[in-house]
Write a protein that binds this ligand. Sequence first.
Ligand code: OGA
Ligand code: MN
Length: 299
Amino acid sequence: MSAFATSLSLSLDALPQQFEIKPFAAPLGAEIIGLDLSKPLTEADFKRIHQAHLDHALLVFRNQQITPEQQIAFSRRFGDLQIHVLKQFLLADHPEIFIISNIIENGQPIGLGDAGKFWHSDLSYKELPSLGSMLLAIELPEEGGDTLFASQQRVYASLPEHLKKAIEGRRAAHSYTARYDDEVVVGVQRPKLTPAQLAEVKSVVHPVVRTHPETGEKVLFVNENFTTHILDIPEDESRQLLAELFAHSARAEFIYRHQWQPHDMLFWDNRALVHLAAGCPLDQRRRMHRTTIQGDAPF
Ligand code: OGA
Ligand code: MN
């Protein structure tokens, strides 16, 4: 083998890495310290990360100075990537990356400024909702900008019997447009959806309680951003029931609040958690890059 071929194969081969998985003192989440995601992972390291993701539902990879290509490559190891319907906020040349940002350039927002103002699970409005999302901090505000996560597995397990009974076997409709117009940052309107975009986000139906396809746990799968109503019950009953479920699902004992550090990359399980953006002062810049991994049809 020539020297060139040798060095090439060495640079492509994954090498084992030393890293720590430290669970938070919280109902969910763990931080990963010492792993460099700019390098390809060995099968064994990947398996450890995959298992940690199932065990903790949210992984915080510290100090990831990675390129869009590297974020996409790592995300792809978990499944196909989903392209967001708001095409104007996709990173140029990398449509797999959706920009979450309040920054305005030349009078135009560069990203979605108000993603996650209500509790939600990403893309629950799709037939195939997201398995998980990876969110990389590119630019952080000095104040605020936290992201909150709530374990919907813990929530389901702790529901009072009458609520468990009321939702048993029930299905609910989810729609991207349910609260679309409520989600405005002061002074910045959300872009109006075109007919083609609206056709991409037709309302879908999912079970109210889903079984996590990898852990087998039961999870409450309704959220205040996208779930419009529970099927086959009167409308006022559906509204009342959803209000009770939402109140229960965001109780403090199920929540981990993430305060971002520079170069954090979060990877959360949309099949197990709901999340919320706490927001930051309007005059502070915040820019994040998200990849979204497609999951299974909920059952
Ligand atoms: C998301 C999201 C919250 C935040 O990227 O899916 O909801 O704090 N982000 O940016
Ligand atoms: Mn989100």
